[in-house]
Design a protein around this ligand. Structure first.
Ligand code: ADP
Length: 258
């Protein structure tokens, strides 16, 4: 009897191992499918700006053959279009490279104690295309504490959220604000803007690759920034949330434990 039960439990173990192996193989298959889907999307996204560059260069070639004063204006327009498209590819490639690093698990946290208010204050006076009419105000609530984090990664998070806040705010709309709220167990940073906002139906899509809201019009973007934001915040065991209303504005809040 003993050996009978022994044999049965051996078979049981073997079946469990088999199941585990099958699960692993399915997971690997899913991952590979995801990877090739991702690469497909990226190459598609790269092709569109490249087609724009090519047609502008071809037009410039013709214009330059018979350039006179009236054509100079046209050629300047195409030079700036080429520059825009090149910048877009650069931005996209940057994000793809970071995502690649994330995928291969090459990002390690380099944690230090950060004077959060001082570091975030930098965003309110310099950086990212701030003009006189676009001064970003910073508000602090609670008792400021030092927070442990990888500042390089978190700087990327706040740069991303703030440049979005500026990008999706029209010239005649109120400038974005930074609000820091020190609670007892965590700190919350809200990047609040009074810009174009996000349509309700699009809110749940924003943290997926290449998804952009339906109201972006001709505002440039890759649709990859928020994924990196979410990933970097979660690496710090934090959370990111968004509240938004179309034509009223958006608030992105990052919550980080001390
Ligand atoms: P993008 O490069 O397109 O800005 P993100 O991943 O940073 O990519 O954002 C995804 C989308 O979320 C944007 O395309 C835009 O539709 C929307 N979005 C993000 N931030 C804001 C904001 N502050 N105001 C309005 N829409 C925003």
């Amino acid at each position: 009897v003993k050996s009978f039960w022994g044999t049965l439990s051996d078979v049981d173990e073997q079946n469990k191992e088999k199941d585990k192996l099958l699960q692993l193989i399915t997971k690997e298959k899913e991952l590979n499918e995801l990877k090739s889907k991702f690469v497909n999307m990226v190459s598609h996204e790269v092709r569109t700006p490249l087609a724009g560059i090519l047609s502008s260069v071809e037009l410039l070639e013709i214009i330059n053959q018979n350039i006179d004063a009236s054509l100079k204006e046209k050629s300047a327009k195409h030079y700036s279009r080429i520059k825009d498209q090149i910048l877009k590819i650069g931005e996209l490639m940057n994000d793809v490279l970071i995502l690649g690093k994330i995928e291969s698990g090459k990002i390690e946290l380099d944690v230090e104690e950060v004077d959060f208010v001082a570091n975030l204050s930098k965003f309110s006076t310099n950086n990212i295309n701030i003009t006189d009419s676009n001064i970003i105000k910073l508000f602090v609530k609670g008792t400021p504490k030092k927070v442990k984090m990888d500042w390089k990664l978190m700087e990327h998070v706040f740069t991303n959220l703030l440049s979005n806040a500026i990008k999706y705010t029209k010239d005649n709309q109120k400038s974005p604000e930074i609000l820091i709220n020190f609670h007892s167990k965590d700190v919350e940073v809200t990047i609040k803007d009074y810009g174009i906002g996000i349509p309700k139906d699009d809110l749940k899509l924003l943290f997926q690759p290449f998804k952009r809201a339906s109201n972006v019009g001709n505002i440039n973007g890759t649709g990859l920034g928020l994924i990196l934001v979410k990933y970097f915040v979660e690496l710090h065991k934090g959370e990111v949330s968004v509240i938004s209303e179309e034509n009223v504005g958006s608030s992105f809040t990052v919550k980080l434990p001390y």
